[in-house]
Write a protein that binds this ligand. Sequence first.
Ligand code: NI
Length: 180
Amino acid sequence: MSRLTLHLLGSPVLRQRSADVAVVDDDVRRLIDDMFETMAVAKGVGLAANQVGVATRVAVIDAEGQRFAMVNPQIVWSQGRHTAEEGCLSIPDVFGDVTRPAEVTLEALDREGQPFRLDASGLVARAIQHEIDHLDGILFLDHLGALRRAMLLKRFRKENAGKGYLKEVRDAEPEEARQG
Ligand code: NI
């Protein structure tokens, strides 16, 4: 396994709709394993393939004791509304309150290419939705009000001016927040 390079806000791949996976083969499994490692080092609760520069519909989740890969994921049912603070590994040190359905049912393929269905709530439901958003080119900032989004974007751009949009993951400080 190897750590992959994170793409930060500004990378075009974060704004495109990722393509369906036709076959879950060894290349996809290698990508999944590398994404799990990268997410763990970066202390994330979720990671989408386009966040490591690969525009295919693959994401991994590690939240509340549930750790799984999802290929071609789809929300087939949702209920309720819940607001909580979100962050994103592609937008370091930026946080905002996002309202999403509180409960979802996910359908996807697993690492072996087998279909599965998962009922999720809490942080797992939130992470699933956040990652599927990524695969559609949507960032959590897009769910915020225009004023709040503009303020956070301005701060991010100021702090990241001249740094480019690629970031090597490093072993995180223990106190760092877990981000998606
Ligand atoms: Ni994210």
